[in-house]
Design a protein around this ligand. Structure first.
Ligand code: HAM
Length: 421
């Protein structure tokens, strides 16, 4: 033993803690999103937090920032290269193929949530451990399913009361029309006086150049050919059916033909939800269709569509809109017992309250009436149950309504009925 004081340890850079009372809001948002997914027939899938590295290299795409710069990759003690999952779609697809879920009823509709890991430069709303709720509907290429997935994401945000966001939408075509477009775009880009690095990007993934944030590159690419003008008839019909269905559903959207998603697997419908109150990290959710992913991972040629909603950013968006999804209370009732016998009775009373589904806590230690009542206030309780020797002798408890300070004596065996009324 040494009496030298040890230094404190902080969480890793860019990794948020969710502590009370904020943690209640966080859980509520996540659960509301998952609840909406269940209402649309999605079943939960619990996936490993780390996978074989090749899954993401092959699934997400080696040319993406996510794979080339941001993965937490390490060799385990058996010298296997593993990676903390940077996103959920590749893992879902791996599990679907591994467990032959694609041999049953299609589409397979799956929902997941949890932490994902990206070694990004931390800033407000951009974390190295981020939380998503996602869905994937796999096995059927039906524009009605695209509309369902997009409307579901919109419903998720609405369900927590968010209003200050917009939906951006485009189609990225498929392998019948995108290669021709890609050539056209490259022809256009190679004629521009681009710097070496941007030129290289134009060779590997020309679409990404359209997403360049620099003003001079934006100006140069203002007249670049756009995928939407080169869609095959099939892709165009697909996209028009999706937008028509969203119109029917009253889901508003903006067509953004320059949208570039950070992952390579997308084809046809692509979308992003953008919130204006968040500053630079404004994407609160996004997704799209992916025709080739399953085959790319060794499975059948089946298409899928899904989304990932950012729970951290949804929480920040709610704060920006000055809204709450919980009332901030920790319990419904708070027990205040004066004396050893009263405390003993209170412990039993709380136990039966909790068994009836009432959130209940009590004052511990010897705090005195005033301190204990403060505890009741701090817990956000609706009722304080005050029990002293006198009440105990009479078989009653003093129930104080903390909203209006009205006090009622209630017989001990009627307390549950009284507070759940
Ligand atoms: P994504 O656009 O990379 O898509 O991420 C989805 C959402 O996760 C983003 O819109 C954002 O809200 C949140 N997010 C991403 N990175 C961070 C970060 N560093 N800090 C905080 N929040 C972040 C995907 O991951 C796809 N797997 C979605 C998908 C499912 N596409 C088809 N199916």
């Amino acid at each position: 033993m040494t009496d030298k004081k040890l230094s404190k340890i902080a969480a890793p850079k860019g990794v948020p803690d969710y502590i009370p009372p904020q943690s209640a809001e966080f859980i509520h948002i996540r659960d509301m999103f998952a609840h909406q997914a269940r209402l649309a027939g999605y079943e939960h899938i619990e996936l490993p937090v780390f996978e074989e590295t090749s899954l993401f290299a092959r699934g997400v795409g080696e040319s993406t920032d996510v794979v080339s710069k941001e993965m937490y990759t390490f060799a385990d003690r058996g010298e296997r290269s593993v990676t903390l999952r940077p996103e959920g779609t590749a893992g879902v697809m791996r599990a679907v193929i591994e467990h032959n879920l694609d041999r049953g009823q299609l589409p397979i509709k799956l929902n997941y949530y949890g932490p994902f890991f990206r070694y990004e430069r931390p800033q407000a709303g951009r974390y190295r451990q981020l939380q998503q709720v996602g869905v994937e509907a796999i096995g059927v290429d039906d524009p009605a399913l695209d509309a369902e997935v997009i409307a579901l994401a919109d419903r998720c945000f609405k369900s927590i009361g968010l209003t200050g966001y917009r939906l951006e939408l485009t189609s990225l075509g498929d392998n019948t029309c995108r290669p021709q477009y890609r050539e056209k775009l490259q022809e256009f880009l190679f004629d521009l006086p681009l710097d070496e690095e941007t030129r290289k990007r134009a060779e590997i993934n020309p679409l990404r150049v359209l997403d360049d944030k620099r003003e001079e590159v934006r100006a140069m690419t203002a007249d670049a050919p756009l995928m939407l003008d080169y869609l095959s008839d099939e892709c165009r019909n697909h996209f028009e059916t999706v937008t028509g269905l969203l119109d029917d559903l009253g889901v508003g959207y903006i067509i953004n033909p320059r949208m570039v998603r950070g992952l390579d697997y997308y084809t046809k419908t692509c979308f992003e939800f953008v919130h204006d109150g968040l500053g630079a990290q404004s994407g609160i959710g996004g997704g799209g269709r992916y025709d080739g992913l399953m085959a790319q991972l060794g499975g059948q040629e089946l298409s899928g569509i899904g989304f990932g909603l950012g729970v951290d950013r949804a929480l920040l968006a709610l704060q920006a809109e000055k809204k709450h999804v919980t009332d901030g209370s920790r319990v419904d009732v708070f027990g205040v017992a004066m004396g050893a016998d009263a405390k003993r009775a209170m412990v039993r009373l709380l136990d039966s309250l909790r068994a009836s589904g009432v959130r209940a806590d009590m004052s511990y230690g010897d705090r005195g009436l005033k301190g204990a009542m403060k505890g009741a206030d701090r817990a956000g309780a609706r009722y304080a149950l005050v029990l002293g020797d006198r009440e105990l002798d009479n078989g009653v408890v003093a129930v104080k309504d903390l909203r209006n300070q009205e006090q009622t004596e209630v017989s001990l065996d009627k307390v549950i009925e009284f507070v759940t009324r």
